[in-house]
Design a protein around this ligand. Sequence first.
Ligand code: 5AD
Ligand code: SF4
Length: 444
Amino acid sequence: MPTTQIPRTYRVKSFGCQMNVYDGERMAELLAEQGITAAPEGEEADLVVLNTCHIRERAAEKVYSDIGRLKRGDGSTPLIAVAGCVAQAEGDEIMKRSPAVKMVVGPQAYHRLPEMIRVASEGKRVTDTDMPAETKFDALPRRRRSGPTAFLTVQEGCDKFCTYCVVPYTRGAEVSRPHADLIDEAKRLVDAGAREITLLGQNVNAWYGEDAKGRKVGLDGLIRELADIPDLARIRYTTSHPNDMTDALIAAHGEVAKLMPFLHLPVQAGNDRVLKAMNRSHTAESYLEILDRVRAVRPDIALSGDFIVGFPGETDAEFEDTLRLVDAVGYAQCFSFKYSPRAGTPAATMDDQIAPAVMDERLQRLQAAVNRDQYAFNKASVGRTCEVLVERKGKLPGQWLGKSPWLQSVHFIGEATVGDVVTVELIEAGGNSLSAKVLSSVPA
Ligand code: 5AD
Ligand code: SF4
């Protein structure tokens, strides 16, 4: 494509967290509003947006190799925009190292993409990593399309400054979107076909706002109000911080039927000295106590967590405390990572960085423990009757795939369509999914 033309087709490739998936969808909607259409599967796009993640290792290298791979047979490249957290953290470096990149746009500035594309189409290179006072959400188009499950960003940024984490630097300070805007976006998503909404935020449970009557509300209040939307069947939220797990939010787990029995509550480590060095401002015990309170109101809650192994200075004995915590909780699923130093964070310059081989060994042991628990959780679900929200067709004839209330992948063969909520009995457990038998189906 000559650089003097506005692109006709786009492709957005998102990496990393669910918020990046949400941002990627919003960028796609924005481009579509400009008359740029999604490139058909397998065809080259005029414009490629790489929506990057910076949270863990080798993020930047991955971006450079992705850029390299965009080169076409004739040596030309599409118009390339690098977006997301790597763009925010290393935008200038990317511009220096990769002449093929024409646009660098940070996570708080992507509503300005249409103008940037116009500038880039004239052959100029443009960077926008501002964190503008005006919110991108006001400038984005209204949502018109949705699958059965949808993400809704309610809160962005982080003020917690865990010593290993780049998010406070790349996403900026904690900001809650206004209550009215969220109710409006949720209703539009439901009108467009969403049956489940997952509320997103780096610290989603720190969300707060003012309802239509001017009352201060926390995430529990927002959830209760969303539960009144008739065609919305399910509500989830992620990711939470233990310190923002209020009594009211815990109570909502016992009282709001549409709030699914699943809680992703990262703990990162099971040892209090390590937690302190991470600046987590909770202890292993205070974390376990929160889980006890949630279980008291919602005994079937499925629990999920994030862990980092090999934080600087973590001893073998301290790592054993993490394994003990995992045993104590019995997680339904977990995400575990090797510590990866991020430039500009306090932990990156701490003494006693842990050798890669030690991290590998700890990660393997932790993952073996959480896989064991995940399988045990799935096995314990066999025989349960539950509802499955159907998300897509399976590979076998007549097969459908969806999620249980506990976020397990479930497959069954029967009469259904995408968006149905089907009552099933779970009949067999695998490590990553369950098979089910249909008992009855409720039309969408
Ligand atoms: N190294 C390894 N894992 C990290 N995470 C965040 N920063 C780092 C890092 N520097 C993990 C945490 C967090 C999840 C989103 O990513 O577990 O909860
Ligand atoms: Fe990062 Fe900690 Fe904030 Fe989570 S709470 S985004 S781990 S700084």
